[in-house]
Design a protein around this ligand. Structure first.
Ligand code: 9D3
Length: 246
């Protein structure tokens, strides 16, 4: 998988991508990262990438020309990869989109800064706009990093154990169960007995029930979207009955 990132902060993007699971995938060549700085594609002495908005108002607008030339450099191999603009106006990024993009040959991610980028660049050169949520960030770099992280984890051979990927997909749409490690007894309490029982069927059942229960309690919106098996419905009903005040 090839990632091309158009950004005014290539050092930040490269540095952040060097860490953890994604950093290892880069080292192994499972993903490739190229950053393209629009400032390197300016033609004036000041290396200007922004200008004042037509119609007036606060802030500055990212100019077409530096973005267009950076995009041309990123696309010079002639292969077609989706051009995705990080934008507060975009469709919400989610795991389904991450899964879809994990099957693409690559992605070109455009990071905005300033108030926004010239709409004509968006209309002519961008395939899709995505947001990572309804909160205000300073630019598209953090969203681009989130997307590359989510996609990279899904590539074959990237996660240390295949079990983690299988488990992620098993839990798809549900929240994770609680986790415990040593010590068995802490000031904060003890580890649930079932996890120390050695009864693997009972442990799996408890974890599944905890996932269902947490999703029911904390994210009913997610629960409404997943199709529960008869066994799952029974586990959840059992939890709800047990948690009801008498
Ligand atoms: C204060 C400026 N805002 C006026 C209402 C508009 C605005 C412009 C540019 C708000 C944020 C940004 C920079 N953010 C992004 O480029 C961005 C983003 C985000 O802020 N939140 C969630 N996802 C994304 S994707 C790109």
């Amino acid at each position: 998988m090839r990632f091309d990132v158009l950004t005014l902060f290539p050092d930040f993007v490269r540095q952040a991508m060097g860490v953890g699971v994604v950093g290892r995938a880069l080292e192994r060549g499972q993903v490739e990262l190229s950053c393209w700085n629009p400032r390197d594609y300016t033609s004036d002495n000041y290396r200007t990438v922004d200008d004042r908005p037509y119609g007036g108002g606060p802030g500055m607008v990212f100019m077409i020309e530096p973005l267009k030339r950076a995009l041309a450099a990123a696309s010079a191999d002639g292969a077609r990869r989706p051009v995705v603009l990080m934008s507060p106006q975009g469709r919400r990024f989610d795991q389904a989109l991450a899964r879809q993009w994990a099957t693409a040959p690559g992605l070109t991610l455009v990071c905005g800064r300033y108030e926004g980028i010239d709409q004509r660049f968006v209309d002519r050169h961008v395939d899709l706009e995505v947001s990572i949520g309804d909160f205000v960030l300073s630019g598209g770099e953090v969203p681009a990093l989130a997307i590359m992280d989510a996609v990279t984890r899904l590539l074959p051979g990237v996660l240390h154990t295949d079990a983690s990927a299988v488990e992620d997909s098993f839990m798809d749409g549900l929240l994770d169960c609680p986790h415990y490690t040593r010590p068995e007894q802490a000031e904060e309490g003890e580890v649930p007995a079932v996890l120390r029982s050695g009864n693997h069927a009972a442990i799996a059942r408890w974890r599944r029930q905890q996932s269902l229960a947490r999703t029911w309690e904390k994210r009913p919106d997610l629960l409404a979207k997943v199709e529960l098996s008869a066994a799952d419905r029974k586990l959840l009903a059992e939890y709800i009955a047990a948690s009801r005040p008498l």
